[in-house]
Design a protein around this ligand. Structure first.
Ligand SMILES: C[S@@+](CC[C@H](N)C(=O)[O-])C[C@H]1O[C@@H](n2cnc3c(N)ncnc32)[C@H](O)[C@@H]1O
Length: 394
């Protein structure tokens, strides 16, 4: 999935280096993420900066670049073309009705594709790696839309925390199968920590089968009454229970993956996944993540930004709906959205479904990561634009 999963190169810059110290410190797990030919430990990743005097064609890529003055103007021309040539209306509902099937097909076609060892995770999301340090204590990490395991396996294979539990979830059963068939599943060779993979749709509302049963069904079974009551007692503290209009069903306002209880997760990673949702699904997705996290727990997001190269390369008849800018269908039928910073601000600062007076998250980082890619042969300059978000559950 070359255009969807992007692994920035490791910078070879020596702009910063570690001062040698007298004591020899035991390397942390974070130190072990650095590849032999990667950046020196402690250096800032992506430190190849392009100055006015430099020739952009000197290297293949540059970090933290400023976009040229005419960039947005040119990009908007392409947006106009997309807008006036959307997907055929008759096909639109088909793409939106069973999106997981297109991902299943994707993973069936790429079954042999092994996970990528993403060195940049340590640099962009040190909070994730911190959970795997030997003395981190009990930690629960939830990876949403895990795909082939590009985040969970790099984390697990270097993990030194015996009390780390990683939950890898995806709504594509095929992706979950790929993860489960990896030789590192459910434990890596060193035996520390554990991986649990399951199928879960981040946009779903009620996951437990009991939540769709009628109250009469529930009352027939004492054991179920206990568990539903337990869950109601727990939920009323933080969560709303919504009864439907005829009061027959008890339905939760959220869904969580197998094995995850409300308020139990330390860190959630959602990497190039929210872009696969329809914007009308964002609220439920964020509500589910909010529910899973402990108060103070961290939500880590990385995804496509508006005007990213992948968006500018899209041809006609791919915009799903002219009313919704930035949402497209790829050639393989999978959806992709290109985010603006405000999308995340609005999503995460929305009030909680449980308490309209309370914001769900405090956004601690919301930034654009821009990288210039250079085709030296064709003298072409192309810009990758990703958004990165860190938010703390309030
Ligand atoms: C672009 S891939 C990214 C995979 C992985 N996060 C990575 O970065 O390598 C998007 C993944 O999100 C999953 N996905 C899309 N919509 C989802 C949903 N509603 N619930 C759970 N997973 C979803 C897809 O099945 C796919 O595996």
């Amino acid at each position: 999935m070359s255009d969807t999963i992007d692994q920035p190169e490791a910078s070879t810059s020596t702009l910063s280096f570690i001062e040698p110290t007298m004591e020899t410190k035991k390397p942390s797990v974070a130190d072990k993420w650095v590849k032999p030919n990667g950046p020196p430990v402690g250096s800032t990743f992506g430190a190849r900066l392009l100055s006015d005097e430099q020739d952009p064609f000197e290297h293949n890529a540059w970090d933290h670049v400023t976009l040229p003055e005419d960039f947005n103007l040119k990009a908007e021309e392409i947006m106009k073309l997309h807008h006036s040539n959307p997907v055929n209306e008759k096909l639109r509902d088909g793409y939106n009705s069973k999106p997981a099937e297109y991902w299943n097909k994707f993973y069936s076609n790429h079954e042999d594709g092994f996970f990528k060892d993403r060195g940049w995770l340590r640099l962009e999301f040190p909070e994730l790696v911190a959970c795997s340090e030997a003395d981190a204590g009990p930690k629960t990490v939830l990876e949403v839309g895990c795909g082939a395991g590009n985040t969970v396996f790099p984390l697990l294979m270097r993990n030194e925390n015996p009390e780390l539990n990683i939950y890898a979830t995806d709504y594509s059963s095929k992706a979950v199968q790929v993860v489960k068939s990896n030789k590192m599943y459910p434990k890596a060779e060193h035996g520390l920590g554990q991986l649990h993979a399951s199928v879960w749709d981040i946009t779903s509302k009620s996951s437990s089968s009991s939540s769709t049963k009628t109250k009469t069904d529930i009352l027939k079974n004492d054991k179920e009454v206990t568990s539903v009551e337990d869950s109601i007692i727990q939920n009323t503290k933080n969560l709303s229970i919504t009864n439907n209009s005829n009061n027959d069903d008890v339905e939760k306002s959220y869904s969580l993956p197998e094995g995850i209880k409300p308020n139990s997760v330390d860190v959630i990673s959602v990497i190039f996944v929210l872009s696969a949702l329809h914007p009308k699904e964002w609220n439920q997705a964020i509500h589910n993540l909010y529910t899973a996290l402990k108060p103070g727990g961290l939500l880590l997001i990385r995804d496509y930004g508006r005007h990213d190269l992948a968006q500018l390369r899209i041809k006609k008849n791919r915009l799903i709906d002219p009313e919704i800018p930035n949402l497209y269908i790829r050639g393989d039928g999978t959806r992709v959205y290109f985010f603006e910073q405000d999308d995340f601000t609005n999503m995460l600062s929305a009030p909680s479904n449980h308490d309209p007076d309370k914001r769900m998250f405090d956004i601690t980082q919301l930034g654009q990561d821009r990288r210039l890619l250079v085709n030296r042969k064709e003298k072409k300059q192309m810009y990758r634009i990703w958004l990165q978000v860190k938010a703390k559950k309030l």
